[in-house]
Design a protein around this ligand. Structure first.
Ligand code: 5GP
Length: 214
């Protein structure tokens, strides 16, 4: 099958705050060229340096709720008192164009996407251990003790869902981790859950070969 004609893989990348997902996604997109990173909508305020349409589409609560009523999201979740959601149109368009789409979203949204689209690949990125996570959170140097405590507590909550993911990806060495993610996503192209149309076609073709009927 022509590489460009096949539908793309939908992958979700989740992980603890401080696991290095952002850097990882950036490195993956720079190194390999068939990926599209979905830009979410959110009602939280932009942080310094964030631009509308790049990190997020920044929406008011009313705008976001209107989009919910128009079924414009694949999934949405409320996280720390703000809405976050994945706009449907871009994801569908990119998958149909054969690109592998990545959603960087939290666990509730990830599980919702998997329920709706069972051939989604769920990837959970984590540092090698809790000590390293704490070290990375402190190393940012911008967070207060209170923020670090609440992120570590949230990580413990999120860790309860790790077993629901298809793969756990340890982010120890950046380059290795990027290649590992790439290999996992590319392997998913052959997964039977992603090959339903192909399976159906070959089953029909075989059925039509009457001369071989028993
Ligand atoms: P932040 O406010 O730090 O940018 O993101 C907070 C959390 O929301 C992160 O875990 C991030 O992955 C998640 N998130 C970002 N966009 C979406 C989305 O569209 N849907 C869901 N469910 N979570 C999202």
């Amino acid at each position: 099958m022509n590489q460009k004609m096949r539908r793309g893989i939908l992958s979700v990348v989740s992980g603890f705050s401080g696991a290095g997902k952002g850097t990882l996604m950036q490195a993956l997109l720079e190194k390999y060229d068939n990926y599209a990173l979905s830009v979410s909508a959110t009602t939280r305020a932009p942080r310094p340096g964030e631009r509308n349409g790049t990190e997020y589409f920044f929406k008011t609560k009313e705008e976001f709720e209107k989009m919910i009523s128009e079924d414009a999201f694949i999934e949405y979740a409320c996280y720390v008192d703000h809405y976050y959601g994945t706009p449907r149109a871009y994801v569908e368009e990119q998958l149909n164009a054969g690109r592998d789409v990545i959603l960087e979203i939290e666990v509730q949204g990830a599980l919702e996407v998997k329920r709706k689209f069972p051939d989604t690949l769920l990837l959970f990125v984590t540092p090698p251990g809790a000590d390293e996570l704490e070290r990375r959170l402190k190393g940012r140097g911008t967070e207060t003790g209170e923020v670090i405590r609440s992120r570590m507590a949230r990580a413990a909550e999120e860790a309860k869902y790790m077993a629901d993911y298809d793969y756990i990806v340890v982010n120890d060495e950046l380059e290795e981790c990027v290649d590992h993610l790439h290999r996992l996503i590319q392997l998913q192209h052959g997964a039977s859950a992603h090959q339903k149309d192909f399976i159906q076609r070959i089953q029909t073709e075989l059925k039509e070969r009457e001369e071989y009927r028993q």
